[in-house]
Design a binder for this molecule. Sequence first.
Ligand SMILES: *Cc1c(COP(=O)(O)O)cnc(C)c1O
Length: 366
Amino acid sequence: MTKFLDLRDQYARIRADVDAAITSVLDSATFVGGAPVKAFESAFAAYQGARHCVAVGNGTDAIEIAIEALELPPGSEIIVPANSFIATSEAVSRSGHRVVFCDCDAATYTLDPDDLARRITDRTAAVIAVHLYGQPCDMDAILAQTGPRGIRVIEDCAQAHGAEYHGRRVGAIGDVGAFSFYPGKNLGAYGDGGALVTNDDGIAQRARMIANHGRLAKYDHAFEGRNSRLDTLQAAILLAKLPHLDEWTERRIAVADAYDEALAGAKAIVRPARARGVRHVYHLYVIRTSRREDLRAALAARGIETGVHYPVALPKLQAYASHPQNAEQFRAGKYDGEVLSLPMGDHLTAADARAVAAAVREIVGE
Ligand SMILES: *Cc1c(COP(=O)(O)O)cnc(C)c1O
């Protein structure tokens, strides 16, 4: 049996640290705010190389609050990739703006800078660069287009904790970065959690106020905000897990290296490309094949779990049935029928990956 992800295995390895963190929160009886939240914000800002971190309730809120904190004109166009989780585009609509879909690069599956150039209009106020599957977008190419036009850049880092672009950690390369600590992410809480990071003092302060009913002090509300908090238990758990993240990421990279090597030359399979100058943190290892459903079923029959991220490109979803780009042909709209995510996580070894790759090759007849 090869699990797609195994959070029980991970917990067994860090049980003493996590249990102690939980017990100390229970003993303090402080369940919202408090020292663990502040400590986690400082530790995570330092980890991502950003000046500020504002912890929030989940990754979707983080994107929404990031957009709101930029104070864009209402009804602005915000460009998002056609291949992401719906949270990315949802945050745009929910904050009163217009979703404009952009295609992905054929090799890396991150935002295609050439297509981005075609999507920019006078009404474009922001771009959400999703570091999909853990691989940073081509930020230089994106910033070259957004910078001169005053277009803001939000990084969706939900899959990219610790990822690096040309030596810099993602999150504060653009204006503001949004992270998710959903349990299955590379750094996962034991419940929901999220955070924003930024080097901009104004964005950080506005985000903190939006997430806390428009206030900084107890009943001093400057505007209507909302309630989006990382609870104290989750902060304490994340603080206990953060010191392990680099080791876990190195394991993911070793698993990806083993997949790359063992799948090389298999013509029925397209392996994921690694861009130059990046630290890809492999939230997912996604191959493409025209025989996805057969391969998936045959792997399942051998006890190998796989996933599909994502089975329907965003513009084609029912949720966007009345969106102007619903019927547009995107590269992402073809890939959605071909992508297959192989098991990936710190529960695996290079030998496990070689065994999965051997099964894949055998099934596709290579
Ligand atoms: C998981 C994810 C989100 C949303 O995070 P939640 O914490 O589940 O709200 C946003 N964008 C991407 C790309 C994701 O993978």
